[in-house]
Design a protein around this ligand. Structure first.
Ligand SMILES: Cc1ncc(COP(=O)(O)O)c(C=O)c1O
Length: 430
């Protein structure tokens, strides 16, 4: 079969070489490769499948939508229904525009912020790896060829609250007349209420728009996102991924005053628009996914390492991810790997960080060998106790494998045990 990778993060260099290239079936949290191998999946299609693959309530809603016709010459009832649902649950959401992916939504947010403030520069956190495939973001990565010169973003450090090594507020005192917005992806940093409030305060004080990119955190951290969980409301937020349980849907939400600039009788911003942006499968999937997240509950525990009780969808996501964080920390410690790898983050969205991609490759190799596909960790409602235990045991095993690898020459180890292939970062120059 011809390999074709429509997405950089699905390509060979993001996986160990024993990982299958092509998957043909998925159900719950189980996936089957074209060579017949089966895996427990913790990647869940780039963290988009939050309920589980082939989730009947979502797929049935989509099939019903298909039977009624998926695209119309004007609007359809799903747009209005999803808009009202988002307005009810997303704190900053006075207005909504729908899209099909996160990149378009974050880029529309940036455009709106620039138009609203009349300023150009957007502050991007250096700790967050990705916001958009659009030029405003890619221009400041190592793969910027083909983009006209663009100097309209600056990096800031979320961890240190600095910009170019200088205290962020000091920079703002001098430069805020040029700065339109601060953007943040709360899922890839250690988010705290205090830091969110600090950023909110800076935006208010210096006339900047606060953009919260909730493409990963939305519907995963809580039904109301990070903004609901911490009670800090941005001016604009973007949603995608878990919003449609894998179906293509995204949204830009925010304050009406800003959105008005995208209405043709009130402003001149060409906001979000596309032939397929009101196509009904993604909208229907999103309505069904959000309703299921609201209604889901279980009396079952996530396993005998937890006390049984009545749990909600987000309790379960947190319990599964929390167990992975806690036990993985133990395995890291047990194997003396603290200086090489760490795990943390919000329980429903654990983040494992390796200092050396050679070690991540060795770890991933062992995980794949034992039937776990875990390039990153996205717990879903379909990960039950059995799958979580098997994954924990495999992580334990894989950490010991890494420890063993570290007793000798790593490159030789990879040549001998991992076919010489090392995973590589997506953003790199050739
Ligand atoms: C934080 C964040 N924002 C935006 C995007 C872009 O979303 P999409 O791939 O749907 O365009 C991603 C994708 O991984 C993301 O992680």
């Amino acid at each position: 079969m011809n390999k074709h990778y429509a997405t950089y993060s699905r390509s060979n260099d993001c996986f160990s070489s024993n990982c299958p290239d092509v998957f043909t079936r998925a159900s719950g949290c189980h996936v089957t490769a074209d060579d017949g191998r089966e895996f427990i999946d913790f990647g869940m299609a780039l963290r988009s499948v939050i309920l589980g693959y082939c989730y009947p309530k979502v797929d049935d809603a989509v099939k019903k939508a298909i039977d009624k016709g998926i695209s119309f010459t004007r609007s359809n009832p799903y747009e209005g229904e999803l808009k009202e649902l988002l307005k009810a649950i997303i704190p900053c959401c006075e207005e909504v525009k729908f899209g099909k992916n996160g990149s378009d939504a974050t880029s529309a947010a940036v455009k709106l912020a620039r138009a609203y403030t009349g300023k150009d520069i957007v502050l991007i956190p250096e700790e967050c790896p990705f916001f958009s495939t659009w030029d405003w973001f890619i221009a400041d990565t190592p793969v910027s060829d083909g983009i006209p010169w663009d100097d309209s973003t600056r990096k800031y450090s979320y961890n240190k609250m600095t910009c170019c090594g200088v205290d962020l507020e000091k920079i703002l005192k001098e430069e805020s007349h040029n700065i339109a917005a601060i953007i943040l992806d709360p899922a890839t940093v250690d988010i705290t209420k205090e830091k969110l409030q600090y950023i909110r305060g800076l935006c208010d004080k210096y006339g900047m728009v606060m953009i919260l990119d909730e493409v990963i955190s939305g519907f995963r951290y809580s039904l109301n996102g990070v903004q609901g969980l911490y009670g800090v409301v941005p001016d604009l937020c973007t949603l995608g991924k878990a919003m449609g349980n894998g179906y293509s849907i995204s949204a830009l939400c925010g304050r009406k005053e800003l959105f008005d600039l995208g209405l043709r009788d009130k402003g001149n911003v060409f906001l979000l628009s596309g032939t397929y942006f009101s196509e009904t499968t993604g909208l229907a999937a999103s309505i069904a996914t959000i309703k299921e997240l609201m209604e889901w509950h279980s009396f079952a525990s996530v396993g005998d390492r937890m006390k049984p009780s009545l749990i909600t969808a987000h309790d379960k996501l947190k319990a599964t991810g929390g167990a992975i964080i806690a036990f993985t920390r133990e395995y890291i410690k047990k194997n003396g790997l603290e200086e090489h790898v760490s795990i943390g983050g919000f329980p429903a969205c654990p983040m494992m960080k390796w200092k050396d991609l050679r070690l991540k490759t060795i770890f991933d190799w062992k995980m794949i060998e034992n039937g776990i596909l875990m390039p990153y960790i996205a717990p879903s409602l379909s990960h039950d106790a059995n799958e979580t235990y098997k994954t924990l045991d495999t992580i334990d095993d894989a950490m010991s494998f890494v420890k063993y690898a570290l007793t000798g020459d790593l490159d030789k180890f990879i040549d001998a045990n991992c076919r010489g292939h090392v995973e590589r970062p997506i953003f790199r120059r050739c």
